[in-house]
Ligand binder design. Structure first.
Ligand code: AMP
Ligand code: ZN
Length: 464
């Protein structure tokens, strides 16, 4: 198994710390709004990685945090408090708001067949652990108190900037002039706030430095070490996290533990939503629920995500989603046919050969587009038997995650356009115009519909 590692800036051979076991930490959502399909691309890619690791024979412990306190609108220490701002706007209690969007996040993940992490941990439920961690940093001389807040001293931590390939001097030089004059260095960041412009922060806790609340970054260092230990194999997140959030997490963790923390840093490229206007009001923001309302199957979006490598930006357009929906409908129709004929002998050699190519694509830095291409070769093969195809597809599906075993024809109520096509087909058949009748059958198949002629002369429409 090979993985691109942001830290080494190359594709590295993957070696777990413990044989057969992978410890994987993924930064979770800030639960102040509906998760949009951009956020979800990152979680889909992490799901592909996790399932690939399982396919490669590893037992995976996957930990993800829920940020329900401390994240400001900039990833640094400036801007507004995301949770507070949203709670005021929605006139809701902050924690009630957090739970509402956390539930929405997991509902959308479920619709996309993203596996739930082994451990999901909320920042607000780990405040004591955070205080203990900050105390350790203070004891080690890596933290200082200024103006009531506790800060991490990035200059005292020798290798700040290594992850994003920047040296500290240029970072300091290039850093924006900070409003926060308490900081000794522009790259320093808050570990614990007791004094900020958010004096009205509702969520506050007692601490050795006074009543207050944590900075955003500390939660990931604290919860990952609590559930995975002080050394982890893989740390994931979106590319936007590299320069600030992950540099800060790394500085805190390695500063506290005194040794290397993460072996492989895996960063997902963005879904580009250029030209797509999204407002925070529901209905306009592109969520999975909104796609469903527009008539798309959430799994068509999963399909679209599989077509692009996680390290390539993916430009979202409705044309691209239409193509993904078509391809997914086509896949469904063909798999349903394969399953109908799946009883019989399996060609084990052919199965092993196809799966070897599928695995080779995935084990090479999670090459999902290539793996999808191998899947299509199998589906369309003129030489493989249906039982062999089905045996192969079931194994591929453990990573693709479509739950092909559940694919079935569904009854469908036609709209006016479909009714008109059915009427035309009826007339064509009465006139023995079989060519036109077949043409209409194909048109319906393109729309994901199968037409079945019943013995009593009526027709039944099935959704493929
Ligand atoms: P947040 O809830 O803002 O902390 O973001 C949750 C995750 O979504 C982070 O890992 C971000 O990197 C990721 N993310 C945000 N926008 C996009 C996007 N357009 N495409 C892919 N990932 C994104
Ligand atoms: Zn994080």
């Amino acid at each position: 198994m090979k993985l691109y590692n942001t830290l080494t800036r190359k594709i590295d051979e993957f070696e777990p710390i413990e044989a057969g076991h992978v410890k994987m930490y993924c930064c979770g959502p800030t639960v102040y709004s509906w998760p949009h399909i951009g956020n979800l691309r990152t979680y889909l890619n992490e799901d592909f990685l996790r399932r690939t690791l399982v396919r490669a024979g590893y037992d995976v412990t996957h930990v993800m945090n829920i940020t329900d306190v401390g994240h400001l609108t900039s990833d640094g220490d400036t801007g507004e408090d995301k949770m507070l701002k949203a709670a005021e706007k929605e006139k809701m209690d902050v924690l009630a708001l957090a739970r509402k969007y956390e539930n929405s996040f997991f509902e959308q993940c479920q619709a996309l067949h993203i596996l739930r992490p082994t451990v999901v941990c909320r920042a607000t439920e780990h405040i004591d652990d955070m205080i203990a961690f900050v105390k350790k940093l203070e004891e080690k001389g890596l933290a200082y108190v200024a103006g009531g807040n506790v800060y991490f001293d990035t200059v005292k931590f020798g290798s700040y900037g290594t992850l994003s390939g920047q040296n500290l001097a240029s970072l300091q030089h290039g850093a924006r002039v900070e409003e926060d004059t308490n900081k000794r260095n522009p790259t320093d960041f808050v570990l614990w706030f007791t004094s900020s412009k958010f004096e009205n922060q509702i969520l506050q806790w007692d601490s050795p430095w006074g009543r207050g609340y944590p900075g955003w970054h500390i939660e990931c260092s604290v919860m990952s070490s609590k559930y995975l230990g002080e050394r982890i194999d893989i740390h994931c997140g979106g590319v936007d996290h590299i320069a600030v959030h992950h540099e800060n997490e790394r500085a805190q963790s390695e500063g506290c533990f005194g040794h290397k923390w993460v072996n492989y840093w895996v960063h997902n490229e963005w879904l580009q939503l250029k030209g797509i206007k999204m407002s925070k009001s529901l209905g306009n923001i592109l969520t999975v629920a909104a796609l469903k309302e527009k008539g798309y199957d959430p799994l068509a979006y999963r399909y679209l995500a599989l077509t692009a490598h996680y390290k390539s930006p993916l430009l979202f357009t409705f044309e691209a989603l239409d193509s993904a929906q078509k391809a997914y409908d086509n896949l469904k129709a063909r798999v349903i046919e394969i399953k109908k004929n799946s009883q019989g002998n399996i060609d084990d050699a052919a199965k092993a050969e196809a799966l070897a190519r599928f695995d080779a694509a995935l084990f090479n830095d999670v090459g999902t587009p290539q793996a999808l291409a191998v899947m299509w070769e199998v589906v369309k093969s003129g030489t493989l038997s249906a039982p062999t195809k089905w045996a192969i597809l079931q194994e591929m599906d453990t990573v693709l995650g479509f739950d092909m075993a559940d694919f079935k024809e569904e009854a469908y109520t036609p709209d006016a356009e479909i009714e008109a096509l059915l009427q035309e087909r009826k007339e064509a058949r009465a006139a023995k115009n079989w060519a036109r009748s077949d043409e209409i059958r194909n048109l319906l198949a393109e729309k994901g519909l199968a037409v079945k002629d019943m013995p009593d002369g009526s027709v039944q429409l099935m959704r493929l």
